[in-house]
Design a protein around this ligand. Sequence first.
Ligand code: CMC
Length: 422
Amino acid sequence: MNESITLTDNRTGASVEVPIVNGTVDAREWADLLPGVYFHDPSFGTTSGAASAICELDGDAGYLRYRGHPIEQLAEQVSFLESAHLLLFGELPTRLQFDAFTDEIAEAAFIHENFHKRILEGFRNDAHAMGVLVSSVAALSTFYPEGKDVEDPTIRRSQMIRLLAKMPTLAASAYRRSVGQPYVQPDPDLDYTTNFLTMMFRPAEGGFEVDPVLSKALDLLFLLHADHSQNCSTTTARTVGSSHADPYITLSAACGALYGPRHGGANEAVLRMLEEIGSYDQVDDFVAKVKTGERRLMGFGHRVYKNYDPRAKIIKDAAHKVFDVTGKNPLLDMALKLEEVALADDYFVSRRLYPNVDFYSGLIYESMGFPHEMFTVLFAIGRTPGWLAHWDEMLTQNSRIARPRQLYTGKATRDVVPINQR
Ligand code: CMC
């Protein structure tokens, strides 16, 4: 079979044959043949915005791989920080590399005292944790001005370590402030996720130990969220980064994109939806409302997956391990029934709508004691290595600034009428 397409400009008869490589055709050939004629694709559903070696997913086959490694194997065998090393630097670390990497992260986890005193204290007590996180990450830019030198790979590396290290500290600090409890400093002797849980939940009087089952489960959730190719927030990171904004501003923008309920905010929205449904016997009514378009089934559907999200499968299994420790989340039965009803209904089957990563994650977070407002913050901690890896890759590729064209649909040219004659 000839793996190419032929484009013909019927106005002139000129044509060009363009090879199809990895299911993609190079738009430059189109641009050369048809200058001034653009693709109109507002949600980028049929546009590849980046060439990337970081993460591969196939929505029809339902697989996800980080740098070639299947997500199921990573989930089984490696920690979140090992997966972060893989995403950022291309390979899983050796023991020696991992020890050095862990030390670097532990050292960089602290945040400046002024940050707590002057920035965090300025927010309202009921400020949503994601609003606080978006602002806090941006504020780091003012503490590390050298981050602006985005063309220096050594400087880029230090900022990546800083961001990965400080994200849990920022997140836990935002939570402690919202509940009026003193901040807990990072403990370099604890692993990444145990340290985060300790900064979150250690009582002021001390004497707190994280259950290793919970720490392992949260670490797994971070790993499952670590990257997902050109999702809305990663595309935002690449777009903002392409203007050579510093990495703190870039990641703050990515966090902002994540916040929405169609993206990372879905985990919080799923819990609110389950609470609103209220009881097992209301599930059918709710599904009927979804089918008439009155409601949306949060935690279902995906732009790319048209099959069961492989991350959702792993999370569903992990939930049982967590519930063995915390007791079953009372909303679980409702979620299971919702899934069962949806997967048997032609509305969902014909549209190929399946549970996504967010359908079960919120149930786990809630059982661990996280308030709903923290759910998307947890997604942000997990996604940080993915955002950073894409930002770094994009700068290594010397990408041009992101600047799409626009289909103008407004008024034709017209004269301005002076204000006293309008
Ligand atoms: N509930 C009910 N109907 C849905 C849903 C849903 N969750 N998702 C899609 N549909 C319908 C949609 O109305 C459309 O129907 P029709 O063809 O009759 O107009 C059809 O399915 C195709 O949907 P779409 O709107 O073209 O899908 P999209 O690719 O633009 O949107 C999505 C993807 C994830 C934004 C959407 O499925 C959604 O809003 N899901 C709920 C929010 C959610 O769970 N988001 C988390 C996504 S996974 C984690 C992440 O990456 O952030």
